[in-house]
Design a protein around this ligand. Structure first.
Ligand code: BGC
Length: 741
């Protein structure tokens, strides 16, 4: 049997090599036919003229350039009609090299899923992968070959507007999610008609922009880079990501776009990445502003040398690479390598066989109207909602509640639910999105009455709507208040120094609470906000983020208990911007503060808590869970050995529910200091009310390793603490073990 398996494996491997060889050979034969001008053309990506996601370079000759083979890719060009029209032009060029169409398909295409940070709250890799799969199915049916996603930047600063686009603060969770998203976008393999190329971005460390200001500089130690910021990128490579995007920031003084350490040494060297790297929008030219190069000529030289293969929108490659080759500053081999990487992907996608492969209008219609996609979006949205507070079990509400007041500026909003980074799909009216009002109407029984008042706007000081809202509240049995941010308040270039709930929304809450009615607050947003008044005074809070097309239905599912919330925060929520950056895996320091009342010469604030408002991993359920019977197979291991850790988890409440059990480890003494705890594993389990299950984790050397002072990945002998809990703070079980030589 083993022999048979080996033969089959060898045959498969051989076939794979043949297929690869064929593509490489084909790439070489195309390359041989290309002039330098045509080669450089493949490295150019321009924006189509309909939408822009960055500062536009006016260029009325795009079509002529394409006809001459001087353009390899377009972004912001969607729909089978539009992509077909552009591809037609490419097919009239001398070599008929197909165009690549790239698009920011960040959290869904027509069917919008929750924003990525919200999805991350589910800690549910199957659901996250399905969300990406669904987006890919729709986008690929609509002419798109390539999504500029996932954004795998670790982010620990909620002032940064793009915190909404990632998976939060933790490298372990972030890596799992990066892997799932790449797999979801790319499906079984590139070349399948429903797969799009993924693009891990922004390489690297973009999420650590100083002060949370978008596009800002990043200054960090090598260890932080390797231990925290790079792992999700490595996971994306492991998942087979076809492309990478570099980033706007400089890293320790060298712009990422011109950073050979990142792109050549790490990505294409150590990690052996075979795909191609696209610059971020205009980032090659922006190296002049950084003060790292003098002009576009030097910018192009720096970027191509450092390993940026494709120039998104700066025109530096187009205008300078030929001269750079002529001047012998750039060897032709460097251009050839970049071109080959791009052509290889065009072959893998099957575009040379059929450039219109993704331009089938009837498939587009079917994919954009697939009811399974709506179902997946609703389930994902429900899994993304975090129950932050539920005093006296106010939630779930009864569907027979006689009168419900639904108040707030987001109740009847439609497009707001989509959040930042949605796609305007041609011919699709975004009114198909289920508003929160509709969701509630769909849910409650016929004998329930729903009352509405807007109360106030998201921003501004106007309180003229308060009286009506108070009146509506007084006539109801329960109030649901939907407040938060506008969808364009978090996202790219949406950094904020003040992340309080905007306007008079919390004042409205105060008035509603004064009626004595129970109030459930829904917070719709793209980032962790500061909302201490709400947290202290509202009896129930659901953090609903921006949930996408099915927002209204999913919120209703959770409010009325058809879905028992299971989400947990992937990022710490501060009490105040003064605590930022705040994250759970900090060092202990020489003078650790252990509580908020002792501030005597220790590492605390004199005027503020040292703890987050809500910690990493926090989230409630309508039921409760008990953890017991921690067992470890060994208390001492050698480097090659493993420990099996098991525990019993019991649903001790009245509802069936899901729990995310989190395992943290602390390396008690290290040659470089180690965090007070690090998430190393987790599992999400479903338990019926009263049910108990034994779950287990494996501890191996990998989970104990870190980068030492020489940047070597090592596990040092010594004592380790193991902590298992419902969040990074609520540790229910603990033990210790030793790693011996
Ligand atoms: C963003 C990228 C995005 C690109 C294209 C840039 O401004 O940083 O994340 O993919 O625009 O829209």
């Amino acid at each position: 049997m083993l022999k048979y398996c080996l033969i089959v494996f060898a045959l498969l491997a051989n076939n794979f090599c043949q297929a690869q060889k064929t593509i490489d050979q084909k790439v070489d034969s195309v390359l041989k036919l290309m002039t330098l001008d045509e080669k450089i053309g493949q490295l150019n990506q321009y924006n189509d003229d309909l939408n822009a996601t960055g500062p536009v370079t006016l260029d009325s000759t795009k079509k002529q350039q394409l006809l001459k083979g001087q353009l390899g890719s377009l972004l912001n060009c969607v729909g089978t009609l539009r992509t077909r029209a552009w591809q037609n032009i490419a097919m009239q060029s001398r070599l008929k090299i197909p165009l690549l169409f790239g698009q920011d398909v960040i959290h869904g295409y027509k069917t919008t899923f929750p924003i990525p940070l919200a999805e991350a709250c589910s800690w549910d890799m199957d659901a996250i992968q399905l969300a990406a799969r669904t987006a890919a199915t729709e986008a690929s049916a609509s002419g798109i070959h390539w999504t500029f996603a996932p954004m795998v930047d670790i982010a620990r600063d909620p002032r940064w507007g793009r915190v909404m686009e990632g998976a939060g603060e933790d490298p372990h969770l972030g890596s799992k999610i990066a892997y799932a998203r790449v797999k979801g976008f790319q499906g079984n393999k590139l070349g399948d008609v429903n797969s799009v190329m993924a693009c891990a971005k922004h390489f690297a460390a973009y999420g650590a922009a100083i002060g949370g200001r978008d596009y800002n500089s990043v200054d960090m130690s090598d260890r932080l880079l390797w231990e925290v910021y790079l792992p999700p990128f490595k996971a994306a490579v492991d998942a087979g990501a076809a492309t990478f995007m570099n980033s706007f920031n400089d890293l320790n003084g060298v712009p990422a776009t011109g950073n050979a350490y990142l792109q050549r040494d790490i990505l294409k060297g150590k990690w052996n990445f075979k795909g191609f790297v696209v610059s971020d929008w205009g980032s090659i030219g922006e190296m002049i502003n950084h003060g790292n190069v003098k002009n576009e000529y030097e910018a192009a030289l720096s970027a191509i040398t450092a390993g940026s293969d494709m120039d998104m929108e700066s025109r530096c490659y187009k205008n300078n690479l030929a001269q750079l080759v002529k001047d012998k500053k750039v060897p032709l081999a460097l251009i050839d390598d970049a071109v080959k990487r791009i052509l290889r992907k065009k072959f893998e996608l099957g575009l040379f066989d059929d450039p219109y492969k993704f331009c089938d209008a009837s498939r587009e219609q079917a994919a954009l109207n697939d009811p399974d996609h709506t179902k997946a979006a609703r389930e994902m949205a429900a899994k993304s909602i975090v129950l932050l507070k539920n005093q006296n079990n106010l939630l779930p509400l009864s569907k027979n509640t006689k009168t419900i007041a639904f108040i707030g500026p987001l109740v009847k909003a439609v497009k707001q639910n989509k959040g930042f980074w949605d796609v305007e799909v041609p011919g699709v009216d975004s009114n198909f999105i289920v508003s929160q009002w509709e969701g509630l109407q769909n849910k409650v029984e016929a004998n329930s009455t729903l009352l509405y008042a807007k109360g106030c706007e998201i921003e501004g000081e106007d309180k003229s709507g308060f009286a009506e809202a108070i009146d509506v509240a007084k006539r109801s049995d329960v109030v649901i208040l939907s407040i938060g941010e506008r969808r364009d308040m978090s996202g790219e270039a949406k950094s904020r120094s003040n992340i309080n709930i905007p306007g008079v929304q919390e004042e409205l809450l105060k008035e509603l609470l004064a009626t004595g009615k129970p109030v459930v607050v829904l917070i719709n947003t793209g980032r962790p906000l500061v909302f201490n008044y709400t947290a202290d005074n509202a009896p129930a809070i659901l953090y609903t983020w921006w949930l996408g097309s099915e927002a209204g239905n999913a919120i209703a599912d959770v409010l009325f208990g058809d879905y028992n919330p299971s989400a947990k925060l992937p990022i710490s929520f501060p009490y105040s911007t003064g605590q930022i950056p705040i994250y759970y895996s900090h060092f202990n320091t020489g003078r650790p503060a252990t509580n908020d009342s002792n501030r005597n010469y220790n590492s605390s604030y004199n005027d503020l808590s040292i703890y987050p408002r809500y910690e990493f991993g926090y989230g409630l359920s309508y039921t409760s869970f008990g953890y017991s019977n921690l067992q470890m197979s060994k208390k001492k291991i050698k480097a090659g050995e493993t420990i099996s850790v098991s525990l019993a988890v019991t649903n001790t409440g009245k509802y069936d529910g899901e729990e995310i059990v989190q395992l943290y480890i602390r390396d008690k003494v290290g040659s470089v200091v180690r965090p007070v705890k690090e998430l190393k594993d987790f599992t999400k389990i479903k338990l019926a009310a009263g049910q108990s299950k034994t779950i287990s984790f494996t501890i191996n050397k990998e989970k104990l390793s870190f980068y030492n002072n020489k940047l070597q990945w090592v596990a040092e002998p010594g004592d380790f603490e193991i902590m298992i809990g419902t969040s990074s703070k609520n540790i229910l079980l603990k033990d210790e073990f030793e790693l011996v030589n």
